[in-house]
Design a protein around this ligand. Structure first.
Ligand SMILES: Nc1nc2c(ncn2[C@@H]2O[C@H](COP(=O)(O)OP(=O)(O)O)[C@@H](O)[C@H]2O)c(=O)[nH]1
Ligand SMILES: [Mg+2]
Length: 139
């Protein structure tokens, strides 16, 4: 994953600057509580004041996995059955961006994706989704 690779490239193999690692995780959208959990786990593992690339990605995946539902709902479409996913939420919380990510996820798995904007208030919301649809289509 590119996300972990960027972090790992910066920190692996050197003595750890915990404050810098903490800042990098928060800047990467891990969120403060999750960042603190990951850093704490890494500090407990850290015996030689060095952490490896594996340590960072293993601990982050473990800790993030702990807060996700045990049986997440299945979102993959079944063969020959259209599947509708309705994305709702407060303005500016990332619905359009997440929709583009989902579209990309399904497209790379050879599904046909149709995006429909149902945003009634936000200026340029439909255009924004259209731009993402084009980006995803050409990747
Ligand atoms: N840092 C960060 N910004 C995000 C993320 N997802 C969306 N955004 C940004 O948050 C803003 C609102 O996102 P948008 O998808 O338009 O939200 P919507 O109003 O719910 O459709 C945009 O500037 C996005 O680039 C994310 O995961 N992390
Ligand atoms: Mg939107």
């Amino acid at each position: 994953m590119k996300f972990f690779k960027n972090i790992i490239d910066r920190f692996a193999g050197k003595p750890v600057d915990w404050d810098e690692l903490e800042e990098a995780l928060i800047r990467s959208d891990i969120g403060v509580p999750m960042t603190l959990r990951i850093v704490k786990q890494l500090q407990e593992r850290d015996t030689r004041s060095r952490i490896t690339a594996n340590d960072i990605s293993e601990v982050a995946q473990e800790e993030i996995g702990r807060v996700l539902p045990i049986n997440p709902p299945r979102i993959r479409p079944l063969p020959a059955h259209p599947k509708v996913i309705l994305i709702v939420g407060v303005n500016g919380t990332g619905k359009t961006t997440s929709t583009a990510k989902l579209a990309h996820f399904f497209k790379t798995r050879r599904h046909t994706v149709l995006l429909a904007a149902a945003d009634t208030f936000r200026a340029a919301a439909i255009e924004q989704l259209g731009i993402w649809a084009e980006r995803v289509a050409w990747r």
